[in-house]
Design a protein around this ligand. Structure first.
Ligand SMILES: Nc1ncnc2c1ncn2[C@@H]1O[C@H](COP(=O)(O)OP(=O)(O)OP(=O)(O)O)[C@@H](O)[C@H]1O
Ligand SMILES: [Mg+2]
Length: 276
């Protein structure tokens, strides 16, 4: 049985420090940097694993898990870092980054270089599902990361990631469908999609994309004896998506209180673990 109370506590605390950063003079701080297709997120934890501050910004610097705008990425990370340092009155330097599974040889170095060019000392590069599971602590089940560009599924047995799969279906496809149906620009569709009041109206429109994602999940878990799913990634914010996935797959499905921050928090948690 997957329990998300502890993950939710951490995420909710993180959401508080996003708004009101804590003072952390003299503490060793650990920054998780998540360079995504849609957002760049920085999550900062203290040595006890408690959130200190964080920042995020929409960014167009990564496509299909690859950094396509190196200088743009460096600029944003550097700016978010400087803003946070000013707010908390302390320098941030120890950082970890994560990369989509399977891109280690192609892109692992690039993401690390972005963080280092922005002034961090990167002490760990790990794969995204392993990072996410540092927060979720799933023992047996599958974690489904529905991001901006892709959906990544990792199957977990005895707390270890045993299989990963990443396919091109994500939030951008939801926005494209909404844009097409309403004959509006994608930017406007993106805004509609992020308005929780419109989710009920939007759901039937995007249902085919959700079904596509469900077929990806079913293919990923086939033969793995998975009973439970956890949804993470910004697209999992869509109201009711977990219930629909549960009904269609017959697998118990849950999502943490804010699925968008799981991976960056997990990257930072893994750093602290690595220090012990
Ligand atoms: N309130 C919301 N409702 C629905 N979708 C949302 C909401 N807020 C953000 N999103 C979507 O979440 C997606 C971004 O999620 P996330 O930050 O997990 O992606 P990413 O890590 O940048 O991308 P990827 O993992 O594919 O590289 C975007 O497509 C965005 O439109
Ligand atoms: Mg992501």
């Amino acid at each position: 049985m997957i329990r998300l109370e502890e993950s939710n506590r951490l995420i909710e605390k993180f959401e508080e420090v996003l708004k009101t950063p804590l003072q952390a003079k003299g503490k060793t701080l650990y920054t998780g940097i998540d360079l995504g297709t849609a957002y760049i997120v920085l999550a900062v934890l203290d040595e006890k694993g408690e959130p200190v501050c964080g920042a995020y910004q929409p960014a167009d610097v990564v496509k299909d898990g690859m950094v396509v705008d190196y200088m743009g990425a460096v600029k944003i990370v550097r700016k978010l870092k400087a803003d946070l340092e000013e707010k908390i009155g302390q320098e941030l330097y120890l950082a970890g980054v994560a990369i989509p599974p399977g891109t280690e040889n192609i892109d692992g170095g690039v993401v690390k270089n972005v963080a280092e060019a922005a002034g961090f000392e990167v002490v760990q590069v790990l794969d995204e599902p392993t990072a996410a599971n540092k927060v979720l602590k799933v023992q047996d089940g599958a974690v489904v990361d529905i991001g901006g560009g892709t959906t990544g599924i990792s199957v977990i047995k005895n707390g270890e990631v045993v299989k990963v799969m990443d396919e091109a279906s994500g939030g951008r496809h939801f926005s494209l469908v909404i844009a097409g149906a309403h004959k509006i620009p994608i930017e406007e569709a993106e805004k509609m999609k992020q308005d929780f009041n419109l989710h009920k109206e939007i759901f039937p429109l995007v249902q085919p994309v959700v079904k596509k994602i469900i077929s990806i999940i079913e293919k990923a878990v086939e033969g793995y004896d998975v009973d439970e799913l956890v949804l993470v990634g910004g697209t999992a914010l869509l109201t009711g998506i977990e219930g629909f996935v549960e009904k269609e797959t017959g697998l118990k499905t849950s999502k943490p209180s804010n699925p968008m921050f799981v991976t960056p928090l997990g990257i930072a948690e893994a750093l602290i673990e690595g220090e012990k």
